[in-house]
Design a protein. Structure first.
Length: 329
């Protein structure tokens, strides 16, 4: 990737003149079966410009109560776009129910117009659950019945594709727009893509400029994305296998609660029977194991550069920490 970045042919992307950005956008659109693409700096920016391209001020979007767009993106679509977010319950995998969506759509009249349904695939807080098109179709059909567009936060859609053994375009086919991250499992230093129809992408491009996301010689970072799509997709299966190895090891440790069957891709959430997730994460960091901890859970994510031997080493460190903690209590 660094070699490709150093050798990238560049131009002015604001004027559509960067050939490497244009190549990345075309390639991504083709892979996901969409008409056009837009390069943005992050998945959060991708979701922001997508929601604002679909929704006007005072309109609303329905999404799951644990979705990244609601929980982790700083309320950006409300702060910058005046878009009202309507969360609905979801199951432990993060999947919403069509009946719940139906019940949440605002009626015509003196209510906000429900303009958009947002999906997430894979689902971060659902242990990286990978949803098939058939699982999502009842939700998108409900949206269509009410004249709503559908946006998919597909930050890790290639993980879902590899886990389910289907092309990413099949998973994206249920949505009018989709984002995916280059900087997660695909291992780029920066960047995400927004994909959809040419008209939608034109609107999203304007919002990107408004949000300060217009870039000039962006080919130097887009070049890494081209490499990612060519070389980093199939190896995601290694991350999934390592996450399973980790989950099986964690399941046998005292005070940790998880079912390895719940780990479908590269994300592994473990609940603590007792204790604070931040404390466990801090103790693990001292032993060279990095994880996110909060409240009663810790999240582990496997990625490029992590080997099965690294998983075993991490499990040894985790075992030492949790057993010492259990003995103190």
């Amino acid at each position: 990737m660094r070699q490709a970045m150093a050798q990238a042919e560049v131009g002015d992307d604001v004027y559509g003149e960067d050939p490497t950005v244009n190549l990345l956008e075309r390639t991504a659109a083709e892979r996901l079966g969409k008409e056009a693409g837009l390069f943005v700096v992050s998945g959060s920016m991708g979701n922001l410009v997508s929601v604002l391209a679909w929704c006007g001020r005072g309109e609303e979007a329905i999404l799951g109560m644990d979705d990244h767009l609601l929980v982790n993106e700083m309320g950006a679509v409300s702060a910058f776009g005046g878009v009202h977010l309507r969360p609905v319950p979801s199951d432990r995998r993060g999947l919403m129910d069509a009946a719940a969506i139906e019940a949440t759509v605002s009626p015509d009249g003196m209510f906000p117009r429900t303009a958009l349904l947002c999906l997430e695939n894979t689902h971060n807080r659902g242990n990286g659950a990978a949803f098939s098109a058939d699982e999502l179709r009842p939700l998108t059909e409900t949206a269509a019945e009410h004249g709503m567009a559908v946006h998919m936060d597909g930050a890790r859609i290639f993980n879902a594709s590899v886990a389910l053994g289907v092309p990413p375009a099949e998973l994206a086919s249920v949505a009018d727009s989709v984002t995916f991250c280059l900087s997660k499992g695909l291992s780029c230093p920066v960047g995400s893509l927004v994909l959809g129809s040419a008209d939608f992408v034109a609107r999203a491009r304007r919002v990107r400029k408004m949000a300060g996301g217009g870039m000039r010689q962006a080919g130097i970072i887009a070049a890494a994305g081209v490499v990612a799509l060519e070389e980093m997709v199939e190896r995601l299966a290694d991350d999934h296998a390592n996450a399973q190895r980790l989950a099986r090891g964690l399941a046998g440790l005292p005070g940790l609660v998880l079912d390895p069957a719940d780990v479908e891709t590269n994300i592994c959430y473990v609940e603590l029977a007792d204790g604070e997730g931040r404390d466990l994460a801090a103790a693990l960091k001292e032993r060279g194991v990095l994880a996110n901890g909060r409240q009663n859970w810790v999240r582990f994510v496997t990625h490029y550069g992590i080997t099965s031997e690294d998983i075993d080493e991490a499990l040894d460190a985790i075992s030492t920490v949790v057993r010492a903690s259990a003995s103190v209590r």
